[in-house]
Write a protein that binds this ligand. Sequence first.
Ligand SMILES: [Zn+2]
Length: 263
Amino acid sequence: MEVKKIEKTIELDDGRQTKFEFSQCNNEGFKEEQIDYTIELIQNYLKKYKGLVINRVTDFSANTGDFYKDAHGKSYDDMSELGKYYYAQEEIQLNHIRTSRMPFQENEFIKRIETYATKVYKVESIIDQMKYHAMKARVPFENLKTIFAEDPVGKKFIEDLHENDILTNPLEDGICSIYLIRKLEFQECIKRIMIHEIGHAIADQYGITDDQGIKSLYQKYEKDFEDIDEFIAECFMASEFASNIKVASNVRGIINKYTNVWE
Ligand SMILES: [Zn+2]
């Protein structure tokens, strides 16, 4: 059972360097093609974000030298964590056992996310109209919510919200955005995980976490995210895949101001 190391370094014209270190064993770990795509992706983000530094991209085995388990003996295969950004080292690590089994590119759902978002926001506008009519008729909205839940399409949507761990009241403001971001977050592909980790790097290195606008946005959706770092990283990722997810676009607007990247 021999572990093979693959090491590559890229350097940009301005001198920024990124080291890539991956390991392979028994036909597991990243394949050459996945590594090439990952390098290309990082290179594109570095070119776009001139202040971004990623010193190293590696896999979980880099910390312990063990291909299958972490320092506590826990198997990477059993870990829910797929990737991690190390703030002090400015380094991205991937759970090589789990992520190397995924395709690199976005799958069908990610390709269709913008169209899907349009449909979901249509539901949101129906909810808003129902709220408005309930208010005018002085009918408690809770009753309409019940009616909505009895409609087959509405029922499916509400069930889906619960299944996707959306903890807020299903009819709360911004819930459709959270639903769409969560849907994306569950899609398994390397590109999505990488972009999420790059989001952490951008948020930290450009000081976005300290922005007042970001802080007040986060307060509204606090219960749907682990912390403010996760909120920014998930919104950045979502905004990369769809331009019409409202909460993600708001976060992205703030990121654009700090990074001066407008595409
Ligand atoms: Zn994260």
